[in-house]
Design a protein around this ligand. Structure first.
Ligand code: XBP
Ligand code: MG
Length: 236
């Protein structure tokens, strides 16, 4: 089936954002007078729970902490994340900008399928490619649009519906086992670029695992990395 769309996860795939998320969580805890601190080790484990509010709830249960208002804490965290993103020198992962440019050049549709909120997607684009680039995405679906977050495929289903396409027309880009499950749950072919927190995840079922999306942009590289069959011959 003809390739018509590329659908991107955000956190970990477009950019390594999880350290900013972690710092924002910790700042929200400190400001609320809660004595939690999520180290990298703890956060790496907690990332298996997708969604920031859900992650707070899971930790509340795990630690048996009384009196936690997960929704309020998560709202504060989102504010701190925006602030941190605004002042940060965050960079997109290798190959992301060129891949988006190539897709637009080739007339492919672009989608976003993420667990995070729309405001966090906006913050990242504001700090990197600009909101005008985000406007060129034909579908942006977030954790706020779904009743169940990844690994459930709902967010991908919404993006495909928006685009009026089937799974066979799209390729998804993910960095985590939860994201991979969400995309492949609908039969979408998936390229995985493992990130700092997901290197040890199980990526069985991925069509291609790359350390960088740069490899998709030159023919020799793509052949060497098992991707030539995913993209049309005129792709490079
Ligand atoms: C990433 C996540 C997100 C972020 C935090 O999942 O799980 O929850 O860690 O975002 P994916 P929020 O990359 O698979 O979409 O706090 O805004 O939920
Ligand atoms: Mg991700």
């Amino acid at each position: 089936m003809r390739l018509k769309a590329l659908i991107f996860d955000v956190d970990g795939t477009l950019a390594e954002t999880e350290e900013l998320h972690r710092m924002a969580f910790n700042r929200a805890f400190a400001d609320a007078g809660i004595s939690w601190y999520w180290s990298r080790t703890v956060y790496g484990r907690l990332l298996k729970v997708t969604g920031g509010r859900e992650r707070i709830l899971a930790y509340t249960q795990e630690t048996g902490t009384p009196g936690i208002d997960a929704a309020a804490l998560h709202k504060a965290k989102t504010g701190y994340y925006r602030q941190a993103m605004t002042g940060s020198a965050i960079a997109l992962r290798d190959g992301v900008e060129r891949l988006i440019g190539r897709a637009l050049q080739q007339g492919l549709a672009l989608g976003i399928a993420t667990t995070t909120s729309r405001s966090n997607v906006d913050s990242l684009f504001q700090a990197t490619l600009g909101l005008d680039t985000l406007d060129r995405f034909h579908s942006v679906r977030t954790g706020e649009d779904v009743s169940v977050k990844k690994p459930d495929p709902e967010v991908y289903r919404l993006v495909l519906e928006d685009l009026g396409l089937t799974a066979a027309n799209a390729i998804a880009f993910e960095d985590s086992a939860n994201g991979l499950k969400a995309a492949t749950g609908l039969g979408i072919r998936t390229v995985v670029t493992p990130g700092i927190y997901t290197a040890e995840d199980d990526f069985a079922g991925a069509d291609c695992i790359l350390d960088s999306l740069d490899h998709l942009l030159t023919p020799q590289d793509a052949s060497a990395h098992c991707c030539p069959t995913l993209f049309p011959a005129n792709w490079h």
